[in-house]
Design a protein around this ligand. Structure first.
Ligand code: FAD
Length: 420
């Protein structure tokens, strides 16, 4: 939107697109590209002004993308712009421990050599991923972006959906895709209820520079107050996601950089030599929020709007991109067969494909967080033996590795590196 200050009007924009996507975070633009590449005419509405995320500076946020998600980005034509700035994840080490004590003797060690497909995944900074998506949607003739506008109302009828923006403008399409995050207004306005709970934890997120190379190894270190993920970025830099009690996170986050680093050091250990902060620090309060339905007539939910999960295994965006690939495939196939692609029976195919899978994963991460985020010595013994057992059983371990790489289950074609 060129001028967000423009006077409010109530002009109804005549039917212009097949699909209206609410939310221009990461899943919204990815869905727009996947659909537009199949000939759908798409419009994205995002509340943030166009230049809100335009900075080229590293702000400390990054994602662990599973191998299957990387394939999706490649299929959308984005990977050539991203690969130089990505870091392959070659190994993952999962350990249990207490601050200052070092890791427990049992460990789950996943090595990319144990699967044929390649690295387990890639680390990618938010600025590069967001920019690649933004550039691609700006260049695509079948995509229109309206930024700096909030959707305040939505209505559906037998033929499609109409949304109203905060400026009074209306837009309609045959289908509404809610990619508007954990507090999805699209879901709320559609009467879709949510289940979940607050973890009482907050994630402290930052990046650090360090003295010695990380060799592409990611670490998941379970501490009594919550998990600490140490994830390799290009160069001698590493991304930290440390989930701890909200009380502790608030206290630590209030410290100046030097004090923050001092708290981090004993938890982090000395295996990367001297460390210092690179970029900004962030906090994210953590909750589980699962939509009871992913679809209702003329509306589908995608990404965090459908399932907001614990960041324990870095799966949130990976789940969202799987939704993107599945929804694009279901809609494309329906239209090829001459069906109304936005009909409920078609949308329910998407729900059947994705809802069970996402819920199982979300609840799995919920359980892992519960089992590991405490100092009960019996549980500690049990989980350490569990890690050791998985590590010792090659078939089970290979299954874990394929899950981590996003290769398990019924993969949509874009995630197999094939066209729809
Ligand atoms: C600490 C942390 C670490 C994480 N690490 C990883 C990781 O390593 N790997 C991974 O796969 N995932 C990770 N995730 C999860 C990942 O960040 C999310 O799953 C992902 O960003 C969700 O993207 P989205 O596009 O669905 O939603 P969002 O990014 O929340 O985007 C929603 C968009 O909707 C817009 N919007 C909302 N309401 C309206 C409205 N009414 N009108 C118009 N626009 C609206 C907003 O402006 C926003 O741009 C992590 C999450 C956290 C908290």
């Amino acid at each position: 939107m060129d001028n967000p200050e423009a006077p409010i009007n109530t002009v109804r924009m005549e039917h212009e697109s097949d699909i209206l996507i609410i939310g221009g975070g990461l899943n919204g633009p990815a869905l727009a590209l996947a659909l537009a590449d199949q000939g759908f005419c798409v419009k994205i509405i995002d509340a943030l002004p166009a230049n809100a995320r335009a900075s080229d500076d590293f702000d400390g946020r990054s994602y662990a993308l599973a191998l299957a998600s990387q394939r999706l980005l490649a299929a959308l034509g984005l990977w050539d712009h991203l690969c130089d700035n990505s870091q392959p994840i070659l190994e993952v080490k999962v350990t249990d421990g207490r601050a200052g004590e070092g890791p427990a003797p049992f460990m789950l060690h996943m090595h990319h050599g144990e699967i044929e497909e390649g690295p387990l995944g890639y680390m990618l900074e938010d600025r590069f991923l967001y920019r690649a998506l933004a550039d691609a949607i700006a260049a695509h003739p079948a995509i229109t972006l309206i930024s700096g506008r909030t959707v305040t109302d939505q209505e559906t009828d037998a033929t499609g959906a109409t949304i109203t923006l905060d400026c009074g403008e209306q837009h309609c399409a045959r289908l509404l895709a809610g990619c508007d995050g954990r507090r999805s207004g699209t879901a709320q306005r559609a009467g879709i209820r949510r289940q979940g709970h607050d973890y009482g934890q907050t994630a402290l997120v930052c990046a650090i520079e360090h003295e010695t190379p990380h060799n592409g190894i990611a670490h998941q270190f379970f501490m009594p107050s919550g998990p600490l993920a140490i994830l390799p970025l290009p160069g001698r830099r590493t991304s930290i996601v440390w989930s701890t009690t909200t009380e502790e996170a608030t206290r630590i986050n209030a410290l100046p950089d030097a004090g923050y680093l001092e708290v981090l050091k004993p938890r982090f250990g000395s295996f990367l030599g001297t460390i210092r902060l690179a970029g900004k620090r962030f906090t994210y309060p953590l909750d589980l929020t699962l939509a009871e339905r992913y679809v209702v007539p003329r509306v589908a939910l995608v990404g965090d709007a459908a399932h907001g999960v614990h960041p324990i295994a870095g799966q949130g965006l990976n789940l969202g991109l799987r939704d993107v690939a599945a929804l694009a495939e279901v809609l494309t196939e329906a239209r090829r067969r001459g069906e109304d692609f936005a009909s409920l029976s078609v949308l329910e195919r998407y729900q059947r494909w994705r809802r069970f899978d996402s819920t199982v994963l979300a609840l799995g991460m919920d359980t892992v967080n519960m089992l590991f985020s405490n100092d009960n010595s019996l549980l500690r013994l049990g989980r350490d033996l569990g890690l050791g057992l998985v590590n010792a059983l090659p078939a089970l371990k290979r299954r874990f590795i394929r899950e981590a790489a996003g290769l398990a289950g019924d993969l949509p074609r874009l995630m197999q590196g094939r066209p729809i």
